[in-house]
Design a binder for this molecule. Sequence first.
Ligand SMILES: *Cc1c(COP(=O)(O)O)cnc(C)c1O
Length: 202
Amino acid sequence: MAVSKTRAAPDIREAVAAGIEHIGENYLQEALSKMAELQDLPLVWHFIGPIQSNKTRAIAEHFDWVHSVDRLKIAQRLSAQRPDQLPPLNICLQVNISGEASKSGVTLAELPELASAVAALPGLRLRGLMAIPAPASDSAARRVPLRALREAMTALELPLDTLSMGMSDDLDEAIAEGSTLVRIGTALFGARDYSTPAAEEQ
Ligand SMILES: *Cc1c(COP(=O)(O)O)cnc(C)c1O
Protein backbone atom coordinates (compact mmCIF):
# COMPACT_ATOMS: atom_id res chain seq x y z
CA MET A 1 0.00 0.00 0.00
CA ALA A 2 1.30 3.46 -0.87
CA VAL A 3 0.65 5.87 2.01
CA SER A 4 -0.03 9.20 0.36
CA LYS A 5 -0.88 11.59 3.20
CA THR A 6 0.34 15.11 2.34
CA ARG A 7 0.89 14.00 -1.30
CA ALA A 8 -1.08 15.55 -4.13
CA ALA A 9 -3.09 13.59 -6.69
CA PRO A 10 -0.38 13.83 -9.40
CA ASP A 11 2.08 12.06 -7.06
CA ILE A 12 -0.45 9.25 -6.63
CA ARG A 13 -0.91 9.03 -10.40
CA GLU A 14 2.84 8.55 -10.75
CA ALA A 15 2.81 5.78 -8.14
CA VAL A 16 -0.09 4.09 -9.94
CA ALA A 17 1.77 4.28 -13.25
CA ALA A 18 4.59 2.41 -11.47
CA GLY A 19 2.20 -0.39 -10.40
CA ILE A 20 0.58 0.74 -7.12
CA GLU A 21 -3.10 -0.22 -6.66
CA HIS A 22 -3.65 0.28 -2.93
CA ILE A 23 -3.65 3.79 -1.45
CA GLY A 24 -3.60 4.62 2.28
CA GLU A 25 -4.81 7.97 3.62
CA ASN A 26 -4.91 9.36 7.18
CA TYR A 27 -7.08 12.47 6.86
CA LEU A 28 -10.65 12.28 5.59
CA GLN A 29 -11.05 15.62 3.79
CA GLU A 30 -7.66 15.31 2.15
CA ALA A 31 -8.54 11.80 0.96
CA LEU A 32 -11.97 12.76 -0.38
CA SER A 33 -10.56 15.49 -2.56
CA LYS A 34 -7.90 13.16 -3.99
CA MET A 35 -10.54 10.47 -4.64
CA ALA A 36 -12.51 13.00 -6.65
CA GLU A 37 -9.43 13.88 -8.70
CA LEU A 38 -8.50 10.23 -9.28
CA GLN A 39 -11.95 8.80 -10.07
CA ASP A 40 -10.69 7.46 -13.39
CA LEU A 41 -8.24 5.08 -11.65
CA PRO A 42 -9.29 1.64 -10.28
CA LEU A 43 -7.79 2.19 -6.82
CA VAL A 44 -8.41 0.42 -3.53
CA TRP A 45 -8.65 3.08 -0.79
CA HIS A 46 -7.55 2.34 2.79
CA PHE A 47 -8.28 4.63 5.74
CA ILE A 48 -5.38 4.36 8.22
CA GLY A 49 -5.71 7.43 10.48
CA PRO A 50 -7.45 8.12 13.80
CA ILE A 51 -11.26 8.01 13.46
CA GLN A 52 -13.60 10.52 15.10
CA SER A 53 -17.26 9.54 15.39
CA ASN A 54 -18.43 12.35 13.14
CA LYS A 55 -16.25 11.00 10.30
CA THR A 56 -17.54 7.41 10.21
CA ARG A 57 -20.32 7.97 7.67
CA ALA A 58 -18.03 9.42 5.02
CA ILE A 59 -15.42 6.75 5.70
CA ALA A 60 -18.03 3.97 5.37
CA GLU A 61 -19.27 5.48 2.12
CA HIS A 62 -15.94 6.11 0.39
CA PHE A 63 -13.31 3.62 1.55
CA ASP A 64 -12.72 -0.08 0.82
CA TRP A 65 -10.71 -0.76 3.98
CA VAL A 66 -10.25 0.76 7.45
CA HIS A 67 -7.11 -0.23 9.42
CA SER A 68 -7.50 1.97 12.49
CA VAL A 69 -10.55 0.58 14.30
CA ASP A 70 -9.84 0.25 18.02
CA ARG A 71 -13.27 0.77 19.63
CA LEU A 72 -16.55 -1.10 19.26
CA LYS A 73 -18.55 2.13 19.04
CA ILE A 74 -16.64 3.18 15.91
CA ALA A 75 -17.05 -0.29 14.37
CA GLN A 76 -20.80 -0.25 15.04
CA ARG A 77 -21.16 3.12 13.33
CA LEU A 78 -19.11 2.02 10.32
CA SER A 79 -21.23 -1.13 10.02
CA ALA A 80 -24.55 0.72 10.30
CA GLN A 81 -23.43 3.43 7.87
CA ARG A 82 -21.94 1.15 5.20
CA PRO A 83 -24.20 1.58 2.13
CA ASP A 84 -26.22 -1.56 1.25
CA GLN A 85 -25.08 -1.57 -2.37
CA LEU A 86 -21.41 -1.83 -1.37
CA PRO A 87 -19.66 -5.01 -0.15
CA PRO A 88 -18.89 -5.14 3.58
CA LEU A 89 -16.15 -2.73 4.64
CA ASN A 90 -12.82 -4.54 5.20
CA ILE A 91 -11.54 -3.96 8.73
CA CYS A 92 -8.24 -4.34 10.55
CA LEU A 93 -8.21 -3.73 14.27
CA GLN A 94 -5.41 -1.44 15.38
CA VAL A 95 -3.47 -2.95 18.28
CA ASN A 96 -1.31 -0.90 20.66
CA ILE A 97 1.37 -3.57 20.35
CA SER A 98 4.16 -1.70 22.12
CA GLY A 99 1.87 -0.78 25.04
CA GLU A 100 2.52 2.96 24.73
CA ALA A 101 0.23 4.85 27.08
CA SER A 102 -0.56 7.72 24.74
CA LYS A 103 -1.01 5.72 21.53
CA SER A 104 -4.10 4.54 19.67
CA GLY A 105 -4.99 0.90 19.48
CA VAL A 106 -6.76 -1.72 21.52
CA THR A 107 -4.66 -3.46 24.18
CA LEU A 108 -3.73 -7.11 23.69
CA ALA A 109 -5.88 -7.91 26.73
CA GLU A 110 -8.99 -6.30 25.20
CA LEU A 111 -8.37 -7.54 21.65
CA PRO A 112 -10.23 -10.90 21.78
CA GLU A 113 -13.49 -9.34 22.99
CA LEU A 114 -13.33 -6.50 20.44
CA ALA A 115 -12.46 -8.92 17.62
CA SER A 116 -15.40 -11.22 18.25
CA ALA A 117 -17.81 -8.29 18.52
CA VAL A 118 -16.53 -6.69 15.29
CA ALA A 119 -16.57 -10.04 13.45
CA ALA A 120 -20.32 -10.23 14.12
CA LEU A 121 -21.20 -6.85 12.57
CA PRO A 122 -23.04 -7.26 9.25
CA GLY A 123 -21.65 -4.22 7.43
CA LEU A 124 -18.04 -5.15 8.15
CA ARG A 125 -15.67 -7.96 7.23
CA LEU A 126 -12.96 -8.38 9.85
CA ARG A 127 -9.75 -9.13 7.91
CA GLY A 128 -6.95 -8.84 10.47
CA LEU A 129 -4.78 -6.65 12.65
CA MET A 130 -2.74 -3.48 12.20
CA ALA A 131 -0.03 -1.97 14.40
CA ILE A 132 2.41 0.92 14.48
CA PRO A 133 5.20 -0.35 16.77
CA ALA A 134 7.34 2.06 18.78
CA PRO A 135 10.58 2.86 16.92
CA ALA A 136 13.51 0.59 17.74
CA SER A 137 17.16 1.03 16.84
CA ASP A 138 18.11 -2.49 15.79
CA SER A 139 16.52 -5.11 13.63
CA ALA A 140 16.09 -7.76 16.33
CA ALA A 141 14.25 -5.28 18.56
CA ARG A 142 12.04 -4.20 15.67
CA ARG A 143 10.93 -7.79 15.15
CA VAL A 144 9.62 -8.26 18.71
CA PRO A 145 6.33 -6.29 18.38
CA LEU A 146 5.81 -7.52 14.81
CA ARG A 147 6.03 -11.12 15.98
CA ALA A 148 3.69 -10.31 18.87
CA LEU A 149 1.10 -8.98 16.44
CA ARG A 150 1.31 -12.13 14.31
CA GLU A 151 0.95 -14.32 17.39
CA ALA A 152 -2.00 -12.26 18.62
CA MET A 153 -3.77 -12.78 15.31
CA THR A 154 -3.18 -16.53 15.36
CA ALA A 155 -4.45 -16.73 18.95
CA LEU A 156 -7.79 -15.17 17.97
CA GLU A 157 -8.72 -18.34 16.02
CA LEU A 158 -10.85 -16.32 13.62
CA PRO A 159 -10.73 -16.62 9.80
CA LEU A 160 -8.39 -13.63 9.31
CA ASP A 161 -6.00 -13.13 6.39
CA THR A 162 -4.40 -9.71 6.82
CA LEU A 163 -1.44 -8.61 8.93
CA SER A 164 -1.11 -4.88 8.23
CA MET A 165 2.37 -4.15 9.51
CA GLY A 166 5.59 -2.68 8.15
CA MET A 167 6.34 0.96 7.32
CA SER A 168 9.38 2.51 5.66
CA ASP A 169 11.63 1.84 8.67
CA ASP A 170 10.61 -1.74 9.49
CA LEU A 171 9.58 -3.05 6.09
CA ASP A 172 12.08 -5.92 5.91
CA GLU A 173 11.44 -7.06 9.47
CA ALA A 174 7.68 -6.94 8.94
CA ILE A 175 7.86 -9.12 5.84
CA ALA A 176 10.15 -11.55 7.67
CA GLU A 177 7.53 -11.76 10.44
CA GLY A 178 4.69 -12.54 8.04
CA SER A 179 3.20 -9.18 7.07
CA THR A 180 0.67 -9.46 4.25
CA LEU A 181 0.24 -5.71 3.71
CA VAL A 182 3.00 -3.15 4.23
CA ARG A 183 2.11 0.55 4.44
CA ILE A 184 4.85 2.59 2.80
CA GLY A 185 5.01 6.36 2.58
CA THR A 186 8.47 7.89 2.93
CA ALA A 187 10.34 5.12 1.11
CA LEU A 188 8.09 5.62 -1.95
CA PHE A 189 7.47 9.37 -1.99
CA GLY A 190 10.34 10.85 0.06
CA ALA A 191 10.10 12.74 3.37
CA ARG A 192 6.74 14.35 4.14
CA ASP A 193 6.26 18.10 4.48
CA TYR A 194 3.58 18.64 7.13
CA SER A 195 3.43 22.36 6.48
CA THR A 196 1.31 21.70 3.38
CA PRO A 197 -2.33 22.81 3.74
CA ALA A 198 -3.70 19.29 3.27
CA ALA A 199 -2.07 18.05 6.47
CA GLU A 200 -3.51 20.80 8.67
CA GLU A 201 -7.20 19.95 8.58
CA GLN A 202 -7.24 17.77 11.72
C1 LIG B 1 2.19 7.62 7.73
C2 LIG B 1 1.83 6.21 7.99
C3 LIG B 1 2.52 5.15 7.35
C4 LIG B 1 3.70 5.35 6.43
O1 LIG B 1 4.84 5.70 7.16
P1 LIG B 1 6.29 5.81 6.46
O2 LIG B 1 7.21 5.72 7.60
O3 LIG B 1 6.31 7.14 5.78
O4 LIG B 1 6.42 4.69 5.50
C5 LIG B 1 2.07 3.86 7.60
N1 LIG B 1 1.04 3.61 8.42
C6 LIG B 1 0.37 4.59 9.05
C7 LIG B 1 -0.77 4.24 9.94
C8 LIG B 1 0.75 5.91 8.86
O5 LIG B 1 0.09 6.88 9.52
